[in-house]
Design a protein around this ligand. Sequence first.
Ligand code: PRT
Ligand code: ZN
Length: 288
Amino acid sequence: MEKQLKLAIQKKGRLSDKSLQLLRNCGLDIENFQERLIISATNFNLDILFLRDDDIPEYVQDNVAHIGMVGENVVLEKGLDVEVVKHLGFGRCTLSLGIPENEEIQGIDDIREKTIATSYPNILKNYLSDNNINAKVIDISGSVEIAPSLGVADLICDLVSTGNTLKLNKLKKSFNILNSQAVLIKSKKLDEDPELKILFDKLMGRIDSSLKARKSKYIMMNIPKESLDRIIEIIPSLKSPTVLPLSDENLLAVHAVINEDKFWEINEDLKEAGASGILSLPIENIIL
Ligand code: PRT
Ligand code: ZN
């Protein structure tokens, strides 16, 4: 029987939908899993295990799952022997200090001797010791944000995305301890199996092209013929932009792929250089 690569993803939570979406963008056919613990892709030798995010690093360390998708915060907190292979660009958040609204912290020295509640005691303790700060860390497994109002802690150290939870609890964000996002982790034993290694490399190739595509846009525009040199300067295209003649001899059509981050900036420069009818389209995959 052919080998199956085993991938662990979060069963139910903030990373579940995006993890599945990324796999589907890679062309994997995955049925709706409902309540099953494990499902197989129908068109790739891949089993998907649905787990609590906290358990994923251990399953991967033990090679029960060969790879996993999980928050970098969880990987660092667990400190297990797994390899972080790739940042996946979703599930972004920061692990930050939250302080009471009416207090100020100027710098890290101001947290000396304070009591800090957190679900990330290992990351926090490492951070404090790296900075030579002596503070008391209280390990709380959930609802860390209520600790200051209960008088259990002076500050908290928790994950923040919009900041609304802090605000609701009359806290505000002070400095960040960690920037986190979902990462792909790999068992150190995976490479020992050549069949699994082939499946892994194939999946990584697909993930790379899907991640690249997500950051890119396909743009099309009409330009006056004499602006071509200027337009080519503006567009940092993959290789060289496609230039097509139009029925109006004074105009050309230009197609190119650009980085999404630069989209608005490039758009403005293009307009200034005489481009019109600028269209942009999402890209599904880029295979270089
Ligand atoms: O059941 P299971 O153990 O699998 O899930 P979980 O409840 O432990 O994790 P879950 O689904 O909440 O989060 C999974 C991962 O998503 C985390 O490990 C992070 O990598 C990532 N992530 C991104 C976040 C957030 N953003 C986030 N905002 N995880 C948690 N939060 C919480 C935070 O702890 C706080 O309570 O949301 C609240 C703050 O959010 P804002 O938007 O109000 O700032
Ligand atoms: Zn969890």
